[in-house]
Design a protein around this ligand. Structure first.
Ligand code: UDP
Ligand code: MG
Length: 319
């Protein structure tokens, strides 16, 4: 019988673990799907990991790991994929904002041959105005840069074992799960769902963390910002050519004194462009630097007893 793994990254979600584990196991038992739940506590400082241990003690189909510190949701997802042993793996939030009722549908599509099943938001759940604006901006920037419609996509998806292995084999450290699952291709189906309200606790994202996420993902997935530097350079060269002609003409006509405004403007504009460009290039260099260092995506400090293999302190399963 095929096994379904469900990967649930959790950061300070002590109130959600028990409930989510119960809801999911009941649903999967009802639908006669053989499953395992993989909870990854992303360096939570509350009782998330003890809750995971408790859930695992009560149900052997539940396992989990604790990171040594907060490494971010991406790292949580990848650690979960690494620990998952299923023939198909579903990644979802552990606050039940991704409705579990969709899981049987995804499973059915997988049984019918789909290799990736994307969860598409039919409606974004209740969000504050500030969140809506920053998330809106985030998705617009992302969609432009990586030429994928990201507005309705999410991290809620099912991946076939083949796809999981491909993702785990990618050497890069700065990953963007949501876009990578498009990038790898494979036979893809879609399931739409309505984002639910959070069960307990509050969202872990702030305006700045979303912006940081946007910039990191944009630069890890697109080199367009670098090309932008070239475009800006060309534009300012054109601009200065026009000004140069004007200045020369004025000089020859003997009216060259009142040029200070132009000089100041030029210094400001060119200085601005230069600094912006350096910033963009710097960002890529930082990315390259991080990749070159080859540090692990995450560090596992504890695991539940039923986790196979030697994974503590490492980021790759040793087999
Ligand atoms: N999460 C995580 N690490 C983080 C931030 C969030 O593992 O640094 C998890 C979180 O516990 C949840 C999921 O990612 O299961 C989505 O986070 P959240 O609900 O805060 O985001 P939102 O649903 O508001 O986009
Ligand atoms: Mg949420």
């Amino acid at each position: 019988m095929a096994l379904l793994s469900i990967v649930l990254p959790a950061y300070n979600e002590e109130q959600n673990i028990a409930n989510t584990a119960q809801v999911l196991s009941e649903l999967l038992d009802e639908n006669a799907i053989d499953y395992e739940l993989v909870f990854i506590s992303d360096g939570s400082r509350d009782d998330t990991f003890p809750e995971i241990l408790k859930a695992a003690a009560a149900n052997p189909k539940i396992k989990g790991a604790q990171f040594s510190r907060n490494f971010g949701k991406e790292a949580g997802i990848f650690a979960g994929l690494e620990l998952a042993t299923g023939d198909a793996v579903i990644v979802m939030d552990c606050d039940l904002q991704h409705p579990p009722q969709v899981i049987p549908q995804m499973w059915k599509l997988w049984q019918d041959g789909a290799e990736v099943v994307e969860g598409i938001k039919s409606r974004r759940g209740k969000e504050s105005l500030g969140y809506k604006l920053s998330a809106g901006l985030f998705y617009r920037i992302m969609s432009r840069l990586i030429r994928l419609d990201m507005n309705y996509s999410s991290d809620f998806k099912l991946l076939d074992r083949k796809v999981v292995d491909v993702l785990l084999g990618l050497p890069e450290r700065n990953t963007f799960f949501r876009a990578l699952s498009f990038w790898v291709g494979f036979r893809t189906e879609k399931v739409s769902y309505e984002v639910q309200e959070r069960q307990y606790g509050k969202s872990k994202w702030s305006f700045w963390s979303l912006m940081k996420y946007a910039i990191t993902n944009a630069t890890s997935f697109s080199t367009l910002p670098l090309q932008l530097v070239t475009v800006m350079g060309s534009v300012s060269i054109l601009f200065s050519a026009v000004l140069a002609v004007q200045t020369l003409v004025k000089f020859m006509m003997g009216m060259a004194v009142e040029g200070f405004t132009t000089v100041i403007l030029l210094i400001l504009i060119i200085g601005g462009f230069l600094m912006l460009s350096l910033g963009i290039i710097g960002h890529y260099i930082a990315r390259i630097y991080e990749e070159v260092k080859g540090r692990p995506k995450y560090i596992i400090s504890q695991v539940t007893e039923n986790v196979q293999g030697d994974v503590v302190g490492t980021w790759r399963k040793k087999d």
